[in-house]
Structures are given as structure tokens and as C-alpha cells.
Design a protein around this ligand. Structure first.
Ligand SMILES: [Zn+2]
Length: 377
């Protein structure tokens, strides 16, 4: 068990981890229990109240310069910009460009904002507060809006790329689902093979329906996904999204190469962005090795980092991790909340938590001082 000053700062977390098994149980299991405990003790309303108290009392500012935690806090971004100008999934926006810059400077002021090259050293370190910024899916705004900010702050980030989306720009399933629901010509999709209950589409606030339809996709078998998208196209009466709209959505290889030369890190995110646990091991290997080969070809160096598509705990398996290791990846990042404490030895399931456009500043501030509570999704 780690013996960092965190225990004096957060007795609840200490109590939650006192019985952490040292062997036998996988850490996914123990962390799930911790997440449940934190959720029970601090439901989101209470969490926000606590964050407000910490922030307005000045405690966050004090804790920022104190060793209230140690380890690696990995933050996940998708898109930078204005969600209201987007026809696709607005939930993917993490910050405006202005706020992103404020956030980068905030991270630099209270922790060691690391680069991909620092990962191994940081993961072996027993002390220190480290933050890594990551971006998923290679959106064009990562190049146009995030990259200039990172350069001006003399900072770096790690970008996970699903290579086929760069090779032939097209919509990913989540973008297409969002587009179909946002352009639906019906107010409700009746219960059908895919939905047990009608899917209500609120014209003014379609995000809820988009979320439900995206989550439904997560649990589909690989051979069901196309039929599901076609059924949504029909049920929404929106049709499939025109491919021409995808042209400006992604970065291209020239942009990626420019960013790489300027010190940004790049990692694999498969070729086609499937949910890996839903496809057989042979296809998982193709997806993993395929993106590694393409990135190697374009950047001249084999990537060591990998981001699991979608990244929830049940979306990759021990077999996936084994394949990653065999294909030369050393660090893999999940996306179900939490942060990497120094005693956590698994480098193929490094936790990440999301930064969201609508996230109150007090929550982000508190995450930087007590991630034990505020980095839980
Ligand atoms: Zn992704």
C-alpha cells in the first residue's frame, strides 16, 4: 500500500483503501468498490457542495501547493471549441480554447505537467503530483485550437488516434448516431429490437437521447452494429449522415506529423475504433497491430501508448492487455475515472477521467487537490 501524505488529507479514502487486498483480487475489482463507496458518500450533488466549500473557503488554493496526493492524474479531452456550433455529439466538447489555456496554466501551477516521454519515470516514482493531458480520436480542433495553446504554454499532450479515420475521413459511429438524432424528423422511436422502451427525442435537448443511443451501441456484437445504425437511420427518418460532412472533422497526417515534430505524443487507438471486448482476439490483434504499424509508418517510431476505445472497465479484457503487450505497447489508458497511485503497478490500465465543457470550475479545482474523491467518474 502506498504511504503518501494523502492519507492524512483524506481519512475517508484511507479507510476505503485499508482493506485493499494485496493479491488475489484484481485492482479493477477493488477500485470498483472504492468508486461505489465514494459515490455513496459523495453523490454528485454533495460532491459539488463539497467542491464549492473547498474552493470558496480557500482550501483548494492552499492544498494546491501541498502534497495532498501523489501519483499520476490523467485528464481526457476530446474536442476543443464551441459545442453549440456542432451538429454532432456536443457532449464530446471538453473546453473552449480560452478555458483550455486557463486549464493548462492551472495544471502547470499546481503539478508537474508531464510529456509522454516522462511516463516511465513518473510511473516508477513514489512521490510527486503529475498530470498528463490526453486527447482521443484526432479531431481537427485538436490541431487548430489545442495545439497552439499547448505550444504557447510550452506544454505537451498525448493524442490517441484511430488510424482509419485519418486515412479515410468518415464518421465514427458515435458522431453518426448524434447526427441522426439531432436531425430526427420524429419525436420518439418506438420500442424495437434495440430499445426495450421508446426512445424519446427532445428537440431542444437531444443529448439525453444521443447518450442512450450511444450507450446501446456499446453493448452490441460486432456483427450487429451496421444493422443498428441502419435501423436508427430509418427510425429517425434522418437517413445516414452524408460522408462529405466528415471532411473537416479530423486531423490529417500532415497535421499529426507537425504536432509530433513539435513535441506532442501520439498513441494507438485501434484502426476502426471498435469496442475491443466485443470482438474476437484475432480481430483485436489486427486492430492493435494495424494502428501500431500505421503510426510507425507515419511517425517513424513505434507508439508505446494505447488508449482503449470508449475505455470503460468492461470494454477490454485481460486478453486485450496480453495482446497489447505482445504487440509492443507498454502503457494503456482506460477511461472510467480515477488516477494512478504510486503503488498501482498495472501500466496497461492507467485510469483517466474526463474534462467536460459543462464541468463546474470548482470540481476541476477540487480534482487537482483531492483526486481521491473528485477524479472518480
Ligand atoms: Zn475514442
Amino acid at each position: 500500500m502506498a504511504t503518501s501524505p494523502v492519507y492524512t488529507a483524506c481519512p475517508i479514502w484511507y479507510a476505503a483503501t485499508l482493506n485493499r487486498p494485496t493479491g488475489g483480487w484484481c485492482h479493477k475489482h477493488t477500485e470498483k468498490m472504492e468508486r461505489q463507496l465514494i459515490r455513496k458518500l459523495f453523490p454528485s450533488g454533495k460532491k459539488q457542495f463539497l467542491a464549492s466549500v473547498l474552493d470558496y473557503s480557500g482550501a483548494n488554493r492552499l492544498l494546491r501547493h501541498w502534497n495532498s496526493w501523489s501519483g499520476l492524474l490523467v485528464l481526457n479531452y476530446h474536442r476543443i471549441g464551441d459545442p453549440l456550433s456542432c451538429e454532432f455529439d456536443r457532449n464530446l466538447f471538453s473546453a473552449s480554447q480560452e478555458n483550455f489555456e486557463k486549464q493548462v496554466r492551472l495544471f502547470q501551477s499546481c503539478a508537474d505537467l508531464i510529456t509522454t516521454d516522462d511516463l516511465q519515470t513518473v510511473l516508477k516514482a513514489n512521490r510527486g503530483k503529475h498530470i498528463l493531458i490526453t486527447f482521443d480520436d484526432g479531431y481537427r480542433d485538436n490541431y487548430e485550437l489545442a495545439f497552439p495553446v499547448l505550444k504557447s504554454c510550452n506544454a505537451s499532450a498525448l493524442f490517441f488516434i484511430a488510424t482509419s479515420f485519418i486515412d479515410s475521413p468518415r464518421f465514427a459511429w458515435w458522431s453518426e448516431i448524434a447526427w441522426m438524432i439531432r436531425n430526427a424528423r420524429v419525436k420518439s422511436i418506438p420500442a424495437n429490437k434495440w430499445f426495450d422502451a421508446p426512445l424519446e427525442i427532445d428537440e431542444g435537448y437531444p443529448s439525453q437521447a444521443i447518450g442512450k443511443a450511444v450507450r446501446r451501441y456499446w453493448n452490441l456484437r460486432d456483427d450487429e452494429t451496421d444493422a443498428y445504425l441502419s435501423s436508427l437511420a430509418q427510425a429517425t427518418k434522418a437517413g445516414r449522415c452524408p460522408a462529405s460532412l466528415a471532411e473537416d472533422l479530423r486531423t490529417n497526417w500532415e497535421m499529426i506529423q507537425e504536432m509530433y515534430k513539435a513535441g506532442m505524443g501520439f498513441g494507438g487507438h485501434t484502426v476502426n475504433h471498435p469496442v475491443l471486448a466485443q470482438i474476437p482476439p484475432s480481430r483485436q490483434r489486427e486492430e492493435i497491430a494495424g494502428c501500431r504499424d500505421r503510426l510507425t509508418e507515419k511517425l517513424g517510431t513505434a507508439p508505446l501508448c494505447f488508449g482503449y476505445p470508449v475505455g470503460q472497465a468492461h470494454m477490454f479484457t485481460s486478453e486485450t492487455k496480453q495482446i497489447l503487450q505482445e504487440e509492443g505497447f507498454r502503457f494503456a489508458f482506460s477511461f472510467y475515472g480515477g488516477y494512478q497511485i504510486p503503488s498501482r503497478q498495472d501500466w496497461l490500465d492507467i485510469p483517466r477521467c474526463s474534462v467536460e465543457y459543462s464541468m463546474p470550475q470548482v470540481i476541476l479545482n477540487s480534482r487537482l487537490t483531492i483526486p481521491q474523491i473528485f477524479a472518480k467518474n
